[in-house]
Write a protein that binds this ligand. Structure first.
Ligand code: 13P
Length: 246
């Protein structure tokens, strides 16, 4: 179901004590925000610890940044959907860093999306083009592949994050108009009820431009999500603008 969302992907940042401090600061600063869902995705090792800070059923929901698609087994080093289910509700799948550094392909992404849905997790499916181009075909193709064999009725149970690779961690955020155009193009796959997020160098200074575009439901924030004041400011802007529009 479409709804305003701000998600933070902490990537491979924070030691244990930092995670505790950051989660506490985020919890305190978003506690009173109405009308948006806030998701944080810490490193998997810290999820239980962060859960103890933010609590179950509170303002903040938790996610992990990756998982394997088998329910259990001899897969050294992996975490399964069932394990994730015990501590979190969301799982980021197919992030461009997983695709680039860990060889994940569209088939893996599809298996993981199906496994997430089977286990009652909400997959946050990441797609995005590597090079800047007109209306990019790559994210649309990645999305179609990710949703292969997913019944159309489940499209409302996933989240899509459009993250152009060239905008991630570069400070070169994609213009809101451009993002809105690509998001509409992605929705043609059948995503009328699916929340679509934007990610790529979002910060407290450029967030408003995205908040004003009705096509964009939310954000997937990377580096700014490990700075508490910055993340809080992004959440506040999102809540204010999206409520105003409602
Ligand atoms: P940055 O916000 O650091 O560009 O990262 C975006 C991202 O990859 C979120 O998943």
């Amino acid at each position: 179901m479409r709804r305003p969302i701000v998600a933070g992907n902490w990537k491979m940042y924070t030691r244990s004590a930092d995670a505790h401090i950051l989660a506490t600061a985020v919890r305190n600063s978003v506690m009173n925000l109405e009308g948006i869902e806030v998701i944080i995705c810490p490193p998997a090792l810290w999820v239980s610890e962060v859960l103890a800070v933010v609590g179950r059923g509170g303002k903040i929901e938790l996610g992990v940044q990756n998982m394997y698609f088998e329910a259990e087994g001899a897969y050294t080093g992996e975490i399964s959907p069932l394990m994730v289910r015990d501590v979190a509700k969301y799982v980021i799948i197919g992030h461009s860093e997983r695709r680039a550094y860990f060889g994940e392909n569209n088939l893996d992404v599809n298996e993981k999306v199906l496994a997430a849905l089977r286990s009652g997790l909400v997959p946050i499916i990441c797609v995005g083009e590597r090079k800047r181009e007109g209306l990019p075909k790559e994210p649309r193709y990645q999305l179609e592949e990710a949703l292969h064999r997913v019944p159309k009725k489940h499209y409302r149970d996933v989240i899509v994050a459009y993250e152009p690779v060239w905008a991630i961690g570069t400070g070169e955020n994609a213009e809101p108009e451009y993002v809105a155009k690509v998001v509409s193009y992605l929705r043609e796959v059948g995503l009328a009820d699916t929340p679509v997020l934007y990610g790529g160098s979002v910060n407290s200074k450029n967030v408003e431009g995205y908040a004003r575009r009705p096509e964009i439901d939310g954000l997937l924030v990377g580096s700014a999500s490990v700075r508490a004041a910055e993340f809080a400011s992004i959440c506040q802007t999102w809540a204010k603008e999206k409520i105003f529009k409602a």
